[in-house]
Design a binder for this molecule. Structure first.
Ligand code: AMP
Length: 210
């Protein structure tokens, strides 16, 4: 199963990706998580990407494509993969199509998770994520929650979930990423999913179309 998850920041891609990748036993490839790990490790790639990630800008395509080439090598993803946060613009989508052609493989589905802009802003300003297992939590009024309920790792507010950066990320989504909806609809791969409501209900909607 080869799946791409599309949706605005805060649409719930990461949360849904965890469940779906487990269900189909395929790797969850989150370019955002990979970049944050590289930044944390202080690697060359991390140093190059840090300024972009922290200010909510897209990391240059050549860096992202290198990451993807490495992640979808035949030994790592023989059962398929689930892309979360990639591709992020038309150039990446075209390069990805070329790469898949070279490997002789095709995407099965592109799932677009739709959530209203008001709900997105509300969710992003309330979320914390686990620095260890990467689970994302809506903290609501529980702002003092510091440990991950799943693995007891430290919960953090991502640098780019701070208010000034959220607006910029949403603008980048509108101008750069939203055009991918038409790109994949034209290829006959797109399925729209209502991303409002309970997480388990959204998972059920996605599984129904896979
Ligand atoms: P995410 O966790 O998917 O919201 O990504 C967090 C940040 O990582 C983004 O705001 C970008 O700075 C960077 N990033 C993640 N994926 C990509 C990508 N495919 N292309 C460019 N930048 C990316």
């Amino acid at each position: 199963m080869r799946i791409v998850l599309l949706g605005s920041p805060g649409a719930g891609k990461g949360t849904q990706a965890k469940v779906i990748s487990k269900k189909f036993d395929i790797p969850h490839i989150s370019t955002g998580d990979i970049l944050r790990n590289e930044i944390k490790r202080g690697s060359g790639l991390g140093k190059e990407a840090a300024g972009f990630v922290e200010s909510g800008k897209l990391v240059p395509d050549r860096i992202i494509i290198e990451i993807i080439k490495n992640e979808i090598s035949p030994d790592k993803s023989k059962n398929g993969f689930l892309m979360d946060g990639f591709p992020r613009n038309l150039e990446q989508a075209r390069m990805f199509s070329d790469l898949l052609d070279e490997l002789g493989i095709e995407l099965d589905k592109v799932i677009n998770i739709n959530v209203s802009k008001d709900e997105i802003v509300d969710r992003l300003s309330k979320r914390k994520s686990c620095s260890v297992c990467k689970s994302v939590f809506s903290i609501g009024n529980n702002k003092d929650l510091e440990k991950c309920p799943e693995c007891n790792g430290d919960l953090i507010v991502r640098e780019d979930d701070k208010k000034e950066v959220i607006k910029h990320r949403l603008d980048v989504y509108e101008s750069e990423t939203r055009p991918l909806i038409d790109f994949y609809a034209d290829k006959g791969l797109l399925v729209n999913i209502d991303g409002s409501g309970e997480e388990t209900e959204i998972t059920r909607r996605i599984l129904k179309v896979l």
